[in-house]
Write a protein that binds this ligand. Structure first.
Ligand SMILES: Cc1cc2ncn([C@H]3O[C@H](COP(=O)(O)O)[C@@H](O)[C@H]3O)c2cc1C
Ligand SMILES: O=C(O)c1cccnc1
Length: 355
């Protein structure tokens, strides 16, 4: 398999990438100058000052102010979960999606407090749940013995994610990117191992909370998956087809579309981070739109964030997925943006600096 997906599909992904222009650094400099005029010591918000400058470059304004946000969760089942790699049974993902849609899942509760609307879609559940307009297939193949998706399904899932983002996530300034999929930390570990050239044991963790012997079994499955596709090209779509999942591919499309629309992309945990890495491998300019909300306990997450050059905003030992870490970070980011926007200037307050 030299290349993944039909020519038309690959053209569609290339068009998504062509729509992404890097953020405009000029606005970061203007925001920095503006910050220095405020009635507080220059640089006193530390990393948050730098973050505000990055958001200024993304939004093309020197004072972006707090951002309107949507929280997005894409869902897909994973064939590899039949080996018992998750705390939960293969196929239970749909129940979690129902809980989110009913407003009773952790992310729904966090989003309601922000407030932010929650959007979800079934891209690859075994049993259909909710909106089926973006559905590509009923769960992936077991990556330890077969490809997760066909080349055409892979490209279709990226493009479905893009369409979902255009139709359901437009009109906000920030997208918190999330996923659910029983078994998807095994897929994320396999993708990270392959994309970063790291051994499975370095990037495999306890996911939803499995015992140590199951973590070792997960690493062995990842090794089998890597051996199965050794020698294949390592272009992002080929790797995604072999080892990924529908919700991961969909999030590649979400990230590229959000970047093209100059939305801030808040990355959640290990599974969305590896989708971001795939998006950046396809389209380097997308990197400028990413902000890493947190670093979860999944060992792959730290390595993938390092490869993305993204320090996490929060380190809380979360391992929940479903955009919950990203939702937690929205308030922090918007707090920094509000301070940058609305603090009095030193001159207006008669506060001149001694040095
Ligand atoms: C009830 C339930 C709620 C969740 N919320 C997030 N995840 C998280 O755990 C899953 C990944 O871990 P693993 O690879 O161990 O299955 C993903 O669904 C992720 O979003 C959940 C998983 C389940 C089952
Ligand atoms: O890193 C994550 O987001 C994560 C970790 C464990 C389980 N689900 C998600």
């Amino acid at each position: 398999m030299a290349e993944t997906g039909s020519a038309a599909g690959r053209d569609g992904v290339a068009a998504l990438c062509a729509g992404v222009a890097a953020p405009e650094r000029r606005y970061a400099r203007l925001a920095q100058v503006r910050q220095l005029t405020l009635a507080r010591p220059g640089g006193s918000l530390g990393q948050l000052d730098t973050l505000v400058q990055r958001v200024a470059a993304i939004r093309r304004t020197s004072a972006p102010g707090p951002l309107t946000a949507a929280v997005s969760v894409l869902a897909g089942d994973h064939g590899v979960a039949v080996h018992g790699t998750s705390r939960f049974r293969h196929g239970l993902t749909g129940g979690v999606l129902r809980l989110i849609d009913a407003g009773r899942a952790p992310v729904s509760i966090l989003a309601a407090r922000l407030p932010a609307r929650v959007e979800t879609a079934d891209l690859g559940l075994a049993e259909p749940v909710g909106d089926q307009r973006y559905k590509i297939g009923p769960g992936t193949g077991d990556i330890s013995v077969e490809d997760a998706m066909t080349p055409d399904q892979t490209v279709a899932a990226v493009l479905a994610g893009a369409r979902y983002a255009a139709e359901r996530l437009a009109g906000v300034e920030l997208v918190a990117v999330g996923e659910i999929g029983v078994g998807n930390t095994t897929a994320a570990s396999a993708l990270a191992a392959r994309l970063l050239g790291r051994p499975a044991a370095d990037v495999t963790g306890l996911g939803s909370g499995v015992p140590d012997d199951t973590v070792r079994q997960k690493a062995a499955l990842v090794d089998r998956a890597l051996a199965r596709c050794a020698g294949r090209p390592d272009d992002p779509l080929t790797v995604l087809a072999a080892l990924g999942g529908y919700e991961i591919a969909g999030n590649v499309g979400v990230i590229l579309t959000a970047a093209a629309r100059r939305q801030v992309v808040l990355i959640d945990g290990a599974i969305t981070a590896v989708a971001a890495l795939l998006a950046v491998r396809l389209c380097p300019a997308a990197a400028g739109y990413l902000i890493a909300a947190h670093e979860s306990t999944e060992p792959s997450h730290r390595h993938v964030l390092a490869a993305l050059g993204q320090p996490p905003l929060l380190r809380l030992e979360m391992r929940l997925g479903m955009a919950s870490g990203a939702a937690m970070a929205v308030g922090l980011l918007n707090g920094a943006l509000a301070v940058a926007d609305a603090t009095a200037t030193a001159a207006s307050a008669g506060l001149t600096e001694h040095r």
